[in-house]
Write a protein that binds this ligand. Structure first.
Ligand code: S3P
Ligand code: PEP
Length: 448
């Protein structure tokens, strides 16, 4: 929901070894898509392990506003009574997507080819993020949009009547843009084609296929070419949401930087379009192992074991890996501070249009904690100080950004002096149990 409660200042302090098992919540990307595709299917979709973070709850409320039934049965079990492709009702209220870029962008796509009008808003962070990347391709279907200047929310979308299909090459690596176009293509008669030059997370493709859409993917010299046949009848599904690798990143990295730690994070989805952080940590020399590798619901899954790592080296992160770890750069920059030598992250300008400008937010906070950084528009470099060598002591601004808040809480578990954040409130958008889970591992994270 937009609007934000009173700030929640928090502090984390090094307190020796973390140990135990960390059961992180369901995947955020898959949770949003379960609700949206469930709402576009005919009949009842059952979802277990849904992430009950504010971002996903806001998407659930939005689906209700478009006429779907969304029922919480407790214990992470939900059901969605879908209205079918093209069956959305016109909402009689403004749709508030809170802090969630994924929520608002996918929902705009999903309603863009129905003859209805909806107005979207969000919190101060979301209302500052670019929506032109969505409304440009939606305009090709005949969808109209009326937002604030520079394509910002609040924004009214007037859905296209009898939309024709489109062929669109996504100009930046963005699963949200790709997904919005595919969801819009669902209600356009004929073949919608989306081309991405760099592969991004493929949950929409996998789940659309699971719901019975006719979708094919081809790797060509142009890139990944995704072809979708419009106006299918989507069939309701039973979905078990895997645990989120982007949330697992926090206890994993905490185990790596907190002296003497050993942490097990079981059942983590390792879809290759999401797992870049873990490869990078291993390349840096972190003591991270994948145990009990298996397949669950068509996705590779493993238990991650992370141990305190006092011999990590800075590396050049291959830019072509960026999309597979885009949300993990903030916490990687924290781990990089405890390595020796430079960690160089190139091709990361998308970080500047997330919930905050994540390069700027991490750079200022790391500097406040005694770490030297370098940055330009598309590059972020952290000069590592070695395990035990990072001073800490700063107060870091989180700018309504959950990943920034959690990253600095991980930093403080390995620094000489405590690390403070001005506001941990945004953590609830993606990882509502973060504080309890970290304290159960033995972390000293407190509200001030
Ligand atoms: O499609 C998705 O579920 C997401 C795509 C990514 O955003 P972009 O598409 O903007 O890269 C990612 O940062 C976000 O957390 C979730
Ligand atoms: C970028 C993120 O989310 P969104 O774009 O959905 O707000 C994130 O969760 O790190």
């Amino acid at each position: 929901m937009s609007g934000h409660g009173d700030p929640i200042p928090m502090t984390s302090r090094a307190c020796g070894a973390l140990s135990g098992e960390a059961h992180v919540p369901g995947d955020k990307s898959i949770s949003h898509r379960s609700l949206i595709l469930g709402a576009m299917a005919v009949g009842e979709t059952k979802v277990s392990g849904l992430l009950e973070g504010q971002d996903v709850l806001d998407t659930g409320r939005a689906m209700q506003a478009f006429g779907a039934g969304v029922i919480n049965h407790g214990g992470g079990n939900w059901s969605v009574h879908g209205v079918g492709v093209g069956g959305f009702a016109e909402p009689d209220q403004v749709i508030d997507c809170g802090n969630s870029g994924t929520g608002v962008r996918l929902i705009m796509g999903a309603m863009a080819t129905s003859p209805i009008t909806a107005t979207f808003t969000g919190d101060a962070s979301l209302n500052g993020r670019p929506m032109g990347r969505i409304t440009d391709p939606l305009a090709l279907f005949g969808t109209q949009s009326y937002g604030r200047k520079n394509g910002r929310l609040p924004m009214t979308i007037v859905g296209a009547q009898d939309a024709a299909p489109v062929r669109y090459t996504v100009p930046m690596p963005s699963a949200q843009v790709k997904s919005a176009v595919l969801l819009a293509g669902l209600n356009a008669a004929g073949e919608t084609v989306v081309i991405e030059k760099e592969a991004t997370r493929d949950h929409s493709e996998r789940m659309l296929t699971g719901f019975g859409a006719n979708l094919s993917v081809e790797d060509t010299s142009e890139g990944r070419v995704i072809t979708l046949q419009g106006q299918p009848e989507l069939k309701p599904q039973t979905i078990t949401v895997p645990r989120d690798p982007s949330s697992a990143a926090f206890p994993v990295c905490a185990g790596i930087v907190a002296q003497g730690s050993e942490v097990l994070v079981p059942g983590i989805g390792l879809n290759p379009t999401r797992a870049g952080l873990f490869t990078t940590l291993q390349e840096m020399g972190a003591d991270l192992t994948f145990e009990n590798m298996r397949e669950e619901g068509g996705e590779p899954v493993a238990d991650l074991r992370a141990k305190f790592s006092d011999n990590m080296k800075g590396i050049e992160v291959p830019p072509e890996r960026a999309a597979s770890m885009i949300d993990e750069y903030p916490v990687l920059s924290v781990v990089a501070a405890f390595a020796t030598g430079k960690t160089v992250m190139r091709g990361v300008k998308e970080l500047r249009v997330k919930e905050s400008d994540r390069i700027d937010a991490m750079a200022r906070g790391l500097e406040a904690c005694g770490v030297t950084i370098e940055e330009d528009e598309d590059t972020f470099i952290v000069h590592g100080m070695g395990a035990g060598g990072v001073p800490g002591g700063g107060t870091c601004a989180t700018h309504l950004d959950h990943r920034i808040a959690m990253s600095f809480m991980v930093l403080g578990l390995g620094t000489e002096k405590p690390v403070h954040i001005d506001d941990g409130g945004p953590i609830a958008t993606s990882f509502p149990i973060f504080e309890d889970l970290m304290r159960d591992l033995g972390a000293n994270i407190t509200r001030d």
